[in-house]
Ligand binder design. Sequence first.
Ligand code: OOG
Ligand code: NI
Length: 462
Amino acid sequence: MKPDHVSTSDIRSAFSAAMSAMYREEVPAYGTLMELVARVNDETLAAQPKLKERLEATDYLDRISEERHGAIRLGTAAELSTMARVFAVMGMYPVGYYDLSTAGVPVHSTAFRPIGDAELKRNPFRVFTSLLRLDLIADEDLRKAAADILAKRKIFTDGAVALAEKAERDGGLNKDDAQRFVSEVLETFRWHDEANVDAAMYHRLHDAHRLIADVVSFKGPHINHLTPRTLDIDRVQALMPDYDIAPKAIVEGPPTRSCPILLRQTSFKALEEPVSFRNAEGIWEEGSHTARFGEIEQRGIALTPKGRALYDRLLDQSRKIVRPAADGSNAREYEAALAQSFAEFPDEWSAIRAQGLGYFTYSLTAKGNAAATNHGDIDALIGQGLVQFDPIVYEDFLPVSAAGIFQSNLGDGAQQEFVASPNQQRFESDLGMKVLNEFDHYAGIEQASIDACLRALSKQDA
Ligand code: OOG
Ligand code: NI
């Protein structure tokens, strides 16, 4: 990085803000949702001073209103590997592998996001990025036609690619280049109402799977939703109808709890939007396409592998009792089964910590700052009131929830079975790198905070 280079976090922040402004214009309901979320977050902080104090103390407060994730669906390996290079310029790296084939969606995915503690606190913007799996399409002719269409499109501007190369070469971008980079890259995420294919091809693709039509028929991978983060998702869900937004039937993820874990999400249905198709004679034909929607999320503590295994088991257990129906007819039964199943998951931070279920950051208390001695390990220091702990926020996604979000936007009739066939190796070879392991990164942040406490205390000791 040269002296006149701007930080990758600044580029990411600028990009996230630009994307939010663009989506607000393209999908006005997203703006409404942002207002609602801001209101509920203010009310929640006012009603819970303790929560506000801890968020402030851990540098989590400022990022909340700026926080959002988006999602795109790509068509080819080349698109995915170039996207990885573009995101790297913004300090975003692929974390995790999500196989959605089990849920009847022919894609596999990763999440591009910042990974360091400081970068996450500066701006945690993430993009859930899926790659279409044509190998799961049974119809060979259609598979070939789709591959041919995708091979011809160019989703990045020349300027975006040139600036990504420049950033790689020079180790960063200066202010002017960064600004140009943001506006060039924004083009890739823009909505295009003129399809790449004629109406007949669109319908063939759509009949194979609505998602295939969404990926193959357009010039680029339009951002399909942007998701602000709320501190109280149940309240936002309940208030949505007052704002003329119809929420999906159930909130995905864990049930309502005093100590939020992982991620809870809900969305409103995709809009039916006018598009035009150009036929062989060059005449435009009107039609419509349904793809873009709104979502909100509430983030809780990142779980350890042990905590995650418990989460997966309890979720599975409750879904064996009631599977949420797409039309919402059994939503109350589902919520009851979920709550009952999760009664087994401790709902106090101290118990979650003691049982090794979640990741925490550790810091000295006022007493710890004044202490002149260092006695024992971190547990002993907590016992003596010298060290306190706060939950580390979960920055990733959940495959069952993601499937629920995909499905609620593919229409109720779109449930389709594919043979489950995770292929992380293939995904990584298309991506051009390995995906990072989420647990390693949370564990690293936790350990660094423990080391800092012990170091500070031993200095005081000396
Ligand atoms: C992505 C759906 C998954 C989430 O928040 O879990 C997702 C998509 O529809 O492309 O965004
Ligand atoms: Ni999402």
